[in-house]
Design a binder for this molecule. Sequence first.
Ligand SMILES: N[C@@H](CCC(=O)N[C@@H](CS)C(=O)NCC(=O)O)C(=O)O
Length: 214
Amino acid sequence: MDRLLAPCIVGRSSSHFTRLVRMFALELGVACEFAPVYDLSSLDARDYAGNPALKLPVLKMGDVTIFGAENICRALAELTSEHRRIIWPEDGRGVQARNAQELVWHAMQAQVQLGFGTQIAKLPVDSVYFVKAAAGMRNALEWLDEKVNEVIDDMPPHDISLLEASLFCLIEHVEFRATISLAPYGRLTAFALAFGQRASAQQTPFVFDLPPAG
Ligand SMILES: N[C@@H](CCC(=O)N[C@@H](CS)C(=O)NCC(=O)O)C(=O)O
């Protein structure tokens, strides 16, 4: 692997999966370049840094390409020279921590389904396909709201956990894209407010990337 080139995160500043890896890079002190992807309707894998699934984010490191947010976070952890105590899903204590991660991934994917389906593909929002996705997401958020404090309190001492970072990106993204109301989930919004004080959060606000003029 060519380590002389800075790793490059290919993604979108408006994407919660992309934000997760950008936050991890900052938390771990791994300097990365960022290459925005403007058109999510492209069917050309070259527009997704070669990811055959046509998904983002992707990490490019010399001649190595890594697909998927969790995979990328793990690669960044291998790259860092700084000591950071990281909690991965397998380090979570007990079944509820693992359920929480599963529901965060599920809700993040449901956000993509709702956003891509209704806002980019412009499909009818009242289709059972989206109504069910929104219902499942609300249920997942309700479960997370009930359990979030106990799951986090039960974690061993750490600097960063995949669960908290991904949950934060999810909550802020739901607010950013206004897909469903966060009003019923007071513990989740309080968690996001506190977690959002981190420098890694402050440096990665959600915005829509604009293609260069001309
Ligand atoms: N499992 C992937 C999911 C990534 C994902 O869904 N990314 C969204 C952007 S937030 C995407 O590529 N959307 C385009 C599409 O679904 O076609 C990961 O963990 O990175």
